[in-house]
Ligand binder design. Structure first.
Ligand code: ADP
Ligand code: MG
Length: 593
C-alpha cells in the first residue's frame, strides 16, 4: 500500500480507541467538559448502563453557535493555545479529541446555548446545524455506542459491570466538585441526587460521602489536612486504624482535582498505616493532593488517569508524613528516599488545628451464644453484652485440657497459659476467637440453620447502588445464613436480623464487607460455593476485633472452647492461633538443663 494520509473518520476512531473504551469513558469525557465549562449542575441519564444510550446535560458556559461544528473537529479546543499552557493546565481537557472521538464511534448530538445567545443550536449526528430549545448550557446525547466499530462492541462487559464503571466515574466527579449538583438517572429512575453544598471543601463534601462511598466509609471518615510552605496541600478523609477494609479499593486519590491511580500515593498511604492495621487489611482513604501545576505532568496518559510527578520521593514523603501525623504517630522521616519531607506542616488555610483522629477501641463483647450444649457448664462462655460481668466460674481442675490454665494476658492480645506438665502456651485471642465463631457458624449451617437474632431496631446501611443490587439478588441465600435484609432505596438496605453467633456485632461493617465480597464473585458464582468464604467474613466481624482485656474466666472459657475443636488451632486464614514453649525449652533458655 502506498503511504497516504488517513481519512478524518479513521484518525478519530484510532484516537477513540485510546480513550473511549466503554460507556463510562464517554461519561467521563462529557463530565470533564461540563466541569471545565464551569457547570454547577450536571445531570447524567443512561439507558441500559449507557449501552443503549446516554446523555449529559449541564448549565455551564455553553458553546456559541459559530463554534459548535468546530467543537466536533479533531484537535479543536478552547482550553490551550501555546506549549507553555500545556504545563500549567487547570482544566481536565486540552487535547480537543473527546467529542470527535465519541462522534466517530457513536451517534452524537450536541446542543448548546451560551447565556448571551437567545436560542440554542444543535449539531445532528449527520452534521447538520439547526436551531433547538435548551436553557443556557450544553447537552450531549450519545446513542448506538460503537455502532461504527462493532469489534469494539464485543469487548463490552455485562450491564452490571458497565454500570459499576459508570458509577465510579460519576463518583469521582462528584467527590472532586462538592459545590456542584450531580444527578444520575438510570433507565428513568433517579439513582443519585447530590445537591451542591456550600462552605469549605471538606465540609461541603461530607454530606455526600455516604452516598458515594458507602455508610461504612462515611461512618469512619476522619478529616485530615496538611500543607507546606511550598504550596503543597493535602486534604481529605482517612479511616482510623480500628476501621479497615478487605481490599485497597476503598482508596481514592485526586491530584489537582483529577482522579488518579498512582503507585507512589498508594504505597505512601500503605506505609503510613504499616504498623497500625491487622495483616491483610487496608485503610480507607479519600485524599486530595494539591500541588503546583509544574510539579506534575498530566499529559502522560490519553485518558489522563495517570500522572507523572516531577519528584516522586517528595510526593511520597509529603503524603506519608501527613497521614502519619494525622494518625498521631510520632514524627519520623521515612528512610526510603532522599526527599523525606522536612518542611514544617502549616495548618490548613481555614485556620483549623490539624484534626488528630481519636481512636477509641470498640469494646467488643463475646457472644452469649458461644457455648456448646455438650460441654460441662463450668466451661460455658457466658458474657452478658451489657455490662461485661463474667458469669462463668473458674474451671475445675479436671476440665483443663491440653492448652492449660490461663495465667494472664499480654498486650490485651495474647493469653498465657500453663499446662499440667509445666509448658507455656501463648494464644492469639483474636485469631482464636474468630476461628471459634467460624466453626460454630459452619456447624450450624451444616445442621440446617444458622440461628438468627432479630435486631431491635432495623439498621439502615448506605451502600453503592450496585452493591445494593447484589445484596438483594442474594437476599434469599443470605437469609438462610441468618443475615436478613430488605431493600430500602437504590442506595440503602435495612438489616433486620443477624446471625446470633455474632452477638451484638455492628451490622454496618459486616454488611459492607459482605456486599463487597459478593460483588467480587463472578455473576455466575452461586453462593453456596463461596459459603466458607462468606462465613469467615461473618466470623471476622464478631471476633475480638482489637485488643481487649479479658478476665481469667473469659480466657479459660476461650481455651476450653478451643480444646473442644482442634480446628481452632489455626485461624481462618491459616495462621497458627497458639504457640507452645515446652518446659524443657524454658529450662534451656536459662541454662538449667
Ligand atoms: P477538550 O475538552 O480537550 O478541549 P473536547 O473534544 O472534549 O476537547 O471538547 C472540544 C471543545 O468543545 C472544548 O474545548 C470546549 O470549548 C467545547 N465544549 C465541549 N463540551 C462542552 C460543554 N459541556 N460546555 C461548554 N463547552 C464545551
Ligand atoms: Mg474534553
Amino acid at each position: 500500500m502506498p503511504i497516504r494520509r488517513l481519512p478524518d473518520t479513521l484518525a478519530n476512531q484510532i484516537a477513540a480507541g485510546e480513550v473511549i473504551e466503554r460507556p463510562a469513558s464517554v461519561v467521563k469525557e462529557l463530565l470533564e467538559n461540563s466541569l471545565d465549562a464551569g457547570a454547577t449542575s450536571v445531570r447524567i441519564s443512561t439507558e441500559n448502563a449507557g449501552l443503549t444510550g446516554l446523555e449529559v446535560l449541564d448549565n455551564g458556559k455553553g458553546i456559541p453557535q459559530a463554534e459548535l461544528k468546530l467543537a466536533l473537529e479533531r484537535h479543536a479546543t478552547s482550553k490551550i493555545e501555546t506549549t507553555e499552557d500545556l504545563f500549567r493546565l487547570n482544566t481536565f481537557g486540552f487535547r480537543g479529541e473527546a467529542l470527535p472521538s465519541i462522534a466517530s464511534v457513536a451517534r452524537l448530538t450536541l446542543t448548546s446555548r451560551p447565556e448571551t445567545q437567545p436560542e440554542a443550536w444543535q449539531v445532528t449526528p449527520e452534521g447538520h446545524l439547526k436551531p433547538a430549545a435548551l436553557p443556557p448550557g450544553t447537552r450531549v446525547q450519545v446513542a448506538d455506542l460503537f455502532y461504527a466499530t462493532p469489534a469494539r462492541r464485543k469487548f463490552l462487559k455485562s450491564a452490571r459491570a458497565e454500570r459499576s464503571a459508570l458509577h465510579a466515574v460519576v463518583t469521582n466527579a462528584a467527590l472532586a466538585y462538592p459545590h456542584a449538583t450531580f444527578t444520575l438517572v438510570e433507565d428513568g429512575v433517579e439513582t443519585w441526587h447530590l445537591p451542591a453544598a456550600q462552605g469549605d471543601f471538606l465540609n461541603a463534601l461530607t454530606p455526600r460521602l455516604a452516598t458515594l462511598l458507602g455508610g461504612e466509609f462515611a461512618a469512619h471518615a476522619q478529616p485530615i489536612g496538611a500543607a507546606n510552605a511550598e504550596g503543597w496541600s493535602l486534604g481529605g478523609f482517612i479511616s482510623p486504624p480500628t476501621a479497615h477494609a478487605a481490599t485497597a479499593r476503598e482508596q481514592y486519590f485526586f491530584v489537582n482535582g483529577r482522579p488518579v491511580k498512582d503507585r507512589t500515593l498508594q504505597t505512601a498511604l500503605k506505609q503510613a498505616y504499616a504498623d497500625r492495621l491487622p495483616a491483610g487489611r487496608h485503610p480507607m482513604a479519600l485524599l486530595f493532593l494539591n500541588i503546583p501545576a509544574e510539579e506534575v505532568d498530566v499529559n502522560v496518559h490519553p485518558a489522563k488517569s495517570e500522572v507523572r510527578f516531577r519528584n516522586r520521593d517528595h510526593t511520597f514523603g509529603f503524603l506519608y508524613a501527613a497521614v502519619r501525623q494525622a494518625l498521631g504517630a510520632p514524627k519520623q522521616s521515612f528512610a526510603g528516599g532522599q526527599g523525606a519531607h522536612t518542611a514544617p506542616f502549616a495548618h490548613l488555610s481555614s485556620g483549623q488545628p490539624m484534626p488528630l483522629p481519636n481512636y477509641q477501641l470498640p469494646m467488643a463483647t463475646l457472644p452469649q451464644q458461644l457455648r456448646r450444649g455438650d460441654e460441662p457448664s463450668a466451661t460455658r462462655f457466658e458474657i452478658p453484652a451489657a455490662n461485661g460481668h463474667i458469669k462463668a466460674p473458674m474451671p475445675e481442675g479436671d476440665a483443663i485440657g491440653f492448652l492449660g490454665a490461663a495465667i494472664g494476658q499480654v498486650a490485651n492480645t495474647f493469653i498465657l497459659a500453663e499446662t499440667a506438665d509445666g509448658n507455656l502456651t501463648i494464644i492469639d485471642q483474636h485469631a482464636a476467637h474468630e476461628r471459634i465463631v467460624y466453626e460454630q457458624l459452619k456447624t450450624a449451617q451444616a445442621a440446617g440453620a444458622i440461628p438468627r437474632q432479630p435486631l431491635l431496631l432495623p439498621t439502615l446501611v448506605t451502600l453503592k447502588p450496585t452493591e445494593v443490587d447484589t445484596l438483594l439478588a442474594n437476599a434469599a441465600d443470605l437469609d438462610k445464613l441468618g443475615l436478613e435484609l430488605e431493600g430500602y432505596s437504590p442506595t440503602a438496605v435495612t438489616v433486620t436480623a443477624m446471625p446470633a453467633a455474632l452477638g451484638n456485632a455492628n451490622p454496618l461493617p459486616l454488611v459492607n464487607d459482605v456486599a463487597r465480597q459478593l460483588s467480587d464473585f463472578s455473576p455466575r458464582t452461586v453462593l453456596h460455593e463461596k459459603l466458607d468464604h462468606l462465613l469467615s467474613t461473618f466470623a471476622c466481624h464478631h471476633s475480638i476485633r482489637a485488643a481487649r482485656r479479658l478476665s481469667l474466666a473469659e480466657m479459660n472459657a476461650l481455651l476450653r472452647q478451643m480444646e473442644a475443636n482442634p480446628a481452632t488451632l489455626t485461624c481462618n486464614h491459616g495462621r497458627p492461633t497458639t504457640a507452645t514453649f515446652a518446659k524443657s525449652q524454658l529450662e534451656k533458655m536459662f541454662d538449667r538443663s
